[in-house]
Write a protein that binds this ligand. Structure first.
Ligand code: UDX
Length: 453
C-alpha cells in the first residue's frame, strides 16, 4: 500500500483490550496512523502487555490497573470485560493526565479505543478529549449482537432447539443458532451490561471497522443507517494495510516454515483455534485422530492450556500418536500465522473463525473448515460457509467427521470450488487496499477527520 504522509502531525493514544485478537488490530491501526505522520502512545493494561521492543516507534504507557489472572479466573469472557474495564478506568485516567502534564506541548488529538475497552470513552469524556471507537470484530457479528437486545432473551439465550435453524428477523442469513450469545450460560445481566456499553457510540466521533466494504457491504450499510450522521470507516483488513511488525504476545515457532517448505503445494491443512478458545480433552483426541486419518499433511497449533482446565501441552494426545503422524504432522505451541497462511503449501485452514484469522485466511485465498467456539465466531463461520461459500462449517459438534470435512475441502471438487471463491475474495480485498480502493480511501478520510478534531 502506498502511504501518504499527513502534513499536520499530532499525537494519538490507542487503548487496546488485553487479548491477542484485540491487541493485534489495535497495533496494526497504530502502525498505519504512525505511517501517516502521527506519534503514537499505546495505553495498555499491564496485564498481558504488548511487546514494546517490537514497536520502537511507539510510546508504551502501562496502566497500573493491578489486575492479575486470579481476578478473572473462573469468570466467563463477558464478566471478564466488565472486571477489566472497572479496574482500568481510574488508573487509565491518572496515567493519561500525567502524560499530558509531562508533555504539555504534545497535544493529544484523540483517544482511539477498542470498543470492548469502553472505560476509555468515559476517560476521554472526563478529560474533554475527542475519542474514536475501533471495532475489532466483524460488522455482521456486531449487528447480530445488537439484535439480541430486541429479542425475547429467554427464548434464544441459551438457545431453544425448536428455533435454532430459523432465520433471525432483520439479520442477513443469520439463524438463531448463529447468534453470538446463543451458547452463553453466564449471567444475562453481564451480557446486557456489555451490550449497553458497546452498542452505543455515545460521545465518540467515529467508528472504525477492521473490515472491507466488499465483504460486509450489507451489514456496514445497516450499521450506518442505524447510526445516521455518525462517521463510520471500514479500513480493513488492517494487517493488509499495516507495515508488518510482529504483534504476537506469544513466541512464534518459525521451524514450522522449514517444515512447510518440504510439503507439496496446497497439500497442508493448517489448524489453529486462536488465542482464547479451549476444548475438552475428548475433543482434542477426536481432532487428533481426524487429522491423522485424513491422510493429509497438517500443521497444528496446540497452545499449552488448549485443553480446558489444564496447563499442559501435547501430554493429552493418545499414546503412540506422535509416532503415527511422524513426517506428516507438525505440532507447534504458536505459529507465525500470517506467514503460514501465505505459504504455498497451505491449502486449507481449520479455524475457530476469530475475525483476525478469518481476514488473514481471506487475504491469502485459503478456504476454511469452521469450528466456531463462541461469540462472533459463529457469525463469522456462517459468513464463511453460507454467504462467501469459501468453507465448510462443522455443524454437528466436534467429532471424527473432521476427517470427512478435510477430505471434502482438500480433495473433492466441492473444495476446489471453495478455493476458487477464496481466491476471488482475496483479489477483491486486495483491490480495496490498493490506491483508490474503499479501505485505502477510508484511511485517508479518517486522517482528515482526526486532523479536524
Ligand atoms: C478473540 C476472539 O476469540 C475472536 O472471536 C475475536 O474475533 C477477536 O478476539 P482470538 O480467539 O485470538 O481472538 O482469534 P483471532 O481473532 O483469530 O486472533 C488470533 C490472532 O492470533 C490472529 O491474528 C492470528 O494470526 C494470531 N495467531 C494465532 C498466531 O499468530 N499464531 C497462532 O499460532 C495462532
Amino acid at each position: 500500500m502506498e502511504i501518504q504522509e499527513a502534513q499536520g502531525h499530532g499525537h494519538l493514544v490507542l487503548v487496546p483490550y488485553p487479548l491477542q485478537g484485540h491487541m493485534t488490530p489495535t497495533l496494526q491501526l497504530a502502525s498505519i496512523l504512525h505511517s501517516k505522520g502521527f506519534s503514537i502512545t499505546i495505553a495498555h493494561a499491564k496485564f498481558k502487555s504488548p511487546k514494546a521492543f517490537d514497536h520502537p516507534d511507539f510510546n508504551f504507557l502501562p496502566v497500573a490497573e493491578n489486575l492479575s489472572e486470579h481476578h478473572i479466573a473462573n469468570k466467563d469472557r463477558i464478566a471478564q470485560v466488565s472486571i477489566i474495564n472497572t479496574k482500568c478506568e481510574a488508573p487509565l485516567q491518572e496515567s493519561l493526565t500525567n502524560l499530558i502534564k509531562q508533555k504539555p506541548q504534545s497535544r493529544v488529538n484523540c483517544i482511539i479505543y477498542d470498543t470492548v475497552m469502553y472505560c476509555a470513552e468515559a476517560v476521554a469524556s472526563n478529560m474533554k478529549l475527542p475519542s474514536i471507537i475501533l471495532r475489532t470484530s466483524s460488522a455482521s457479528s456486531f449487528i447480530a449482537y445488537c439484535a439480541i437486545l430486541n429479542l425475547p432473551l429467554e427464548d434464544c439465550i441459551p438457545l431453544k432447539e425448536s428455533i435454532s435453524q430459523e432465520l433471525v428477523p432483520g439479520l442477513h442469513s443469520i439463524r438463531f443458532k448463529d447468534l453470538p450469545a446463543s451458547n452463553y450460560f453466564g449471567d444475562l445481566k453481564d451480557l446486557l451490561n456489555l451490550l449497553g456499553h458497546v452498542s452505543k457510540i455515545k460521545t465518540s466521533s467515529a467508528v472504525l471497522w477492521n473490515s472491507v466494504d466488499y465483504l460486509e457491504h450489507d451489514s456496514l450499510a445497516q450499521f450506518q443507517q442505524q447510526n445516521e450522521g455518525k462517521h463510520c470507516f471500514s479500513i480493513g483488513p488492517l494487517h493488509g494495510m499495516a507495515p508488518t511488525a510482529s504483534t504476537s504476545l506469544l513466541t512464534e515457532d518459525t521451524d514450522c516454515i522449514t517444515w512447510l517448505d518440504k510439503q507439496a503445494t496446497n497439500s497442508v491443512i493448517y489448524v489453529s483455534l486462536g488465542s482464547v478458545a479451549t476444548m475438552e480433552e475428548s475433543e482434542l483426541i477426536e481432532m487428533a485422530w481426524g487429522l491423522a486419518n485424513s491422510e493429509q499433511p497438517f500443521l497444528w497449533v496446540v497452545r499449552p492450556g488448549l485443553v480446558r482446565g489444564s496447563a499442559e501441552w501435547i501430554e493429552h494426545l493418545p499414546e503412540g500418536y506422535l509416532e503415527t503422524i511422524q513426517g506428516r504432522g507438525c505440532i507447534v505451541k504458536w505459529a507465525p500465522q500470517k506467514e503460514v497462511l501465505a505459504h504455498g503449501a497451505v491449502g486449507g485452514f481449520l479455524s475457530h473463525c476469530g475475525w483476525n484469522s478469518t481476514l488473514e485466511s481471506i487475504c491469502e485465498g485459503v478456504p476454511m473448515i469452521c469450528r466456531p467456539a463462541f461469540g462472533d465466531q459463529k457469525v463469522n463461520s456462517r459468513y464463511i460457509s453460507y454467504v462467501w461459500k469459501m468453507g465448510i462449517a462443522l455443524e454437528n459438534g466436534f467429532n471424527r467427521n473432521i476427517e470427512t470435512a478435510i477430505r471434502r475441502l482438500m480433495q473433492d471438487p466441492e473444495g476446489q470450488q471453495m478455493r476458487q471463491k477464496a481466491a476471488a475474495l482475496k483479489e477483491k480485498v486486495k483491490l480495496s487496499i490498493d490506491k483508490g480502493g474503499t479501505s485505502y480511501n477510508s484511511v485517508n478520510n479518517l486522517v482528515e477527520l482526526i486532523l479536524s478534531l
